[in-house]
Design a protein around this ligand. Structure first.
Ligand SMILES: [Zn+2]
Ligand SMILES: [Zn+2]
Ligand SMILES: [Zn+2]
Length: 443
């Protein structure tokens, strides 16, 4: 069950805060409890999965009430619960949530208070943590020690190997601020204490990683305390990768979700000098490979905020340049790229006619046809607001860059909405440009 808050971004100040979307249906504050009771009694649903999003943006009283009735009606009521995501954003960690964490196979993001109760032995399918948790752990260990040695002993006692998890999901807020720069904040990724991340990866026997890059969360302010000590190494995914130490761990797969990212999407879709100021995202993949060594990275660029909606040919070649800034060896990289159909043509200023663009050089079109279905909630783009809980069919084609010597394989899967493809279909034009990019979607 998806329980999420969404609003029209144009009304961010005046937005109403007393409704919620439950499985894409708008339910008002006073109707939530009757709705849950109805589901329990009349329909007899057994909720296995609860995914909440942005509950912290609700009116505070409603938020707390919603948190409580999710527990009383959906979680404590049955024995079926397997997954609970995002609920601690509403309470900042509480007893009900920490006892839920013990029952689930997938849970998070964990607040520190919940982590401290996880002394049981359990193999989780998925655990979720935030960049903030890493800081909180670092500062907790510092506060309980007199020197670096004691601090790391404390860290060792804090992260227990009684729990393990197949996949660790790390929420990274890309627009955090330091407390002392509140008047002129520089929104950005922030340093994370590397040793905290490493000990979690080791002790929990993490096999694969998902980085959830988020434009904002309810934990925007960084702690300064741990930065006063030189106990922990500082890492940031957009810092120069030459400074990042190579980890000796190995992971099956690193997945990057950019669904709710702005800056990172912009950074990967533009050359460093095209973003102001250059945000360092050309370091992103090299840093991932140093912090979370893997032979397989997949990413999803699912929206176009701040990436010009023009010129697919240039965009494909930019992406290739950004992701191959460092020469990769033994890497299979996959990017799913969801684009607006307008990107396939360009106005020719001499003829004042539209030309169909081609495929950027370096890529080879693959036979395989791709198809996917997306139901997406509101973010920042064009349509915003509730009507953006849209169902969409997407058609895709795979473009490949292969370097057999270095065993580097890059698949760029470009998707266009099926509906939009129909709208731009122009037989004459396709004949005139037999090698056009978009032609491959019809051929
Ligand atoms: Zn709670
Ligand atoms: Zn740095
Ligand atoms: Zn931003």
């Amino acid at each position: 069950m998806k329980i999420e808050y969404a609003y029209n971004v144009e009304n961010v100040i005046t937005r109403s805060k007393d409704f919620i979307y439950i499985n894409y249906r708008k339910i008002n504050n006073q109707d939530v409890l009757p709705y849950f009771i109805f589901l329990n009694t009349a329909v007899g649903v057994k909720v296995k999965k609860i995914m909440t999003r942005k509950l912290w943006m609700l009116e505070k009283k409603f938020m707390r009430r919603l948190h409580d009735i999710i527990h009383s009606q959906l979680i404590e009521n049955g024995t079926h619960i397997q997954t609970v995501i995002g609920l601690e954003e509403a309470c900042d960690g509480c007893e009900k949530c920490s006892s839920t964490a013990k029952k689930c196979l997938e849970y998070g993001p964990l607040r520190f208070s919940t982590l401290q109760t996880m002394t049981h032995s359990k193999n989780y399918k998925k655990l979720q943590v935030t960049d903030k948790l890493f800081e909180v752990i670092a500062e907790y260990c510092i506060s309980r020690s007199k020197n670096k040695k004691e601090c790391f002993e404390e860290l060792d006692k804090t992260i227990l190997s009684t729990i393990s998890c197949e996949k660790l999901v790390i929420w990274i807020n890309e627009s955090r601020v330091l407390l002392n720069e509140r008047t002129r904040p520089k929104f950005n990724h922030r340093h994370m204490p590397r040793e905290v991340i490493d000990i979690i990866l080791k002790k929990w026997s993490v096999k694969s990683i998902k980085l959830n890059i988020l434009h904002f969360t309810n934990e925007p302010v960084c702690s300064l305390e741990w930065l006063q000590y030189d106990y922990f190494s500082r890492v940031r995914l957009n810092d120069p990768y030459s400074e990042t130490e190579q980890s000796d761990l190995k992971f099956n797969h690193v997945e990057v979700s950019l669904r709710y990212s702005l800056d990172c999407v912009r950074g990967l879709g533009n050359l460093p000098h095209e973003t102001e100021p250059p945000a360092g995202y050309d370091n992103f993949i090299p840093n991932i490979r140093r912090m979370f060594p893997t032979d397989k990275i997949s990413m999803e660029l699912s929206h176009w905020c701040f990436v010009p909606k023009l010129d697919i040919e240039k965009k494909m070649s930019t992406i290739l340049q950004v992701v191959t800034m460092e020469k990769h060896q033994n890497l299979s990289l996959g990017i799913k790229f969801f684009v607006k159909s307008g990107i396939v043509k360009k106005l020719n200023e001499e003829t004042n006619k539209e030309d169909l663009l081609g495929i950027a050089s370096g890529y080879v079109l693959q036979e395989k046809r791709l198809h996917c279905f997306k139901k997406s909630s509101s973010f920042n783009a064009g349509g915003h607001g509730p009507e953006v809980f849209l169902d969409n069919e997407w058609i895709g084609r795979r473009f490949q860059v292969k370097d057999t010597v270095n065993q580097f394989n890059f698949n760029l899967d470009v998707y266009i909405k099926e509906k939009e493809l129909g709208e731009i279909f122009d037989e004459e034009m396709l004949k005139e440009y037999p090698n056009s990019f978009v032609g491959h979607f019809f051929a």
